[in-house]
Design a protein around this ligand. Structure first.
Ligand code: NAD
Length: 288
């Protein structure tokens, strides 16, 4: 079997078109949907991510403002900026790019964002809403993965789902979203004994670890849906050195799986698109 590809680029285009339509509709009511992005310090990867977020916003008609602060910004100054953004009715989404420089407590900073503007979905109020089945903002990466599963028409009820990784931003919320859809969910992590025995039972397998070739063909149930969240680089000295790759041995696993997401062109573009979806949602809720 050769797996069918779940095309994250194509699906992200659909999401962006929806967001653009909703943005235009809000504009006709005099609302200018607006995302504020806070970047502290000069982490090169963060600068790239923030550039993408600004460009994506502008391309879909959302206003985006970047607030750049030096890496030695004292925490009270950062919290003060967040308080001003929270109080500003023209700002609908507030995002603080992580990681923060040493000396700043990410938990305290994320907790300071008004949950109604927390478009990353990282605030404990939004994490708790997901855990208890209440509406709220869902973290963009697993939210995008769920959208991919919906796009292929997969009925999750009763399926075995295995999530590898238990981070607060990917693995845990992914597991909760699958549970909410009535899948039977297993969460695997660095202390899991016999990972392969568990993954081989998965109808849906989500890999969110950050380790190239973690998932090999013998770990995948024939016909399974495989979602590869991992972002790694092919090491020097190997063909394609420096290129982006996931956690899944794509070439081998595509012969076993039923559906698979590529890297690049899979979860990454969906993560970016779901931030826009959360931002327009925030603007709609705040101006309803
Ligand atoms: P993390 O480091 O916070 O979590 C990694 C998880 O993997 C941990 O829960 C750990 O227990 C588990 N793990 C480590 N080694 C393992 C092993 N040998 N077997 C099973 N589990 C193991 O990372 P994260 O922030 O959740 O990100 C995971 C990956 O997803 C990274 O590669 C990251 O770059 C990528 N990512 C991609 C996107 C995207 O948009 N495509 C977004 C977020 C994260």
């Amino acid at each position: 079997m050769t797996a069918r590809l779940i095309d994250g680029n194509a699906l992200a285009r659909e999401v962006r078109a929806e967001v653009a339509g909703r943005t235009a509709a809000l504009r006709t009511r005099g609302v200018n949907p607006h995302l504020a992005i806070v970047l502290v310090g000069d982490n090169p990867a963060s600068q790239v991510y923030v550039r993408h977020k600004m460009a994506d916003s502008e391309a879909t008609g959302l206003a985006a403002t970047l607030h750049r602060l030096p890496s030695d910004t004292p925490e009270p100054a950062l919290l003060g900026l967040i308080a001003r953004l929270n109080a500003d009715p023209t700002v609908h989404g507030v995002l603080v790019q992580l990681p923060l420089p040493d000396g700043l407590d990410a938990r305290a900073v994320i907790s300071a964002i008004d949950p109604r503007k927390d478009v990353d979905g990282f605030h404990v109020a939004n994490a708790g809403a997901l855990a208890t089945g209440l509406p709220g903002f869902r973290p963009c990466t697993p939210w995008g993965c769920l959208r991919m599963l919906d796009a292929i028409g997969l009925a999750l009820r009763g399926l075995q789902a295995v999530v590898i990784g238990r981070s607060n931003i990917v693995g845990k919320p992914m597991a909760l979203m699958l549970l909410e859809r009535h899948a039977t969910v297993t969460i695997c992590h660095s202390a899991t004994a016999d990972l392969a025995a568990l993954t081989r039972q998965a109808d849906v397998l989500v890999a969110a670890v950050g380790r190239r070739h973690l998932v090999t063909a013998d770990m995948v149930k024939p016909g399974a849906v495989v979602i590869d969240v991992g972002m790694n680089r092919v090491p020097d000295g190997e063909p394609g050195a420096g290129r982006l790759c996931g956690d899944v041995d794509f070439e081998a696993v595509r012969d076993v799986a039923g559906w698979i997401t590529p890297v690049p062109g899979g979860v990454g573009p969906m993560t970016r698109a779901m931030l826009l979806a959360n931002t327009i949602e925030a603007a709609e809720r705040q101006t309803a």
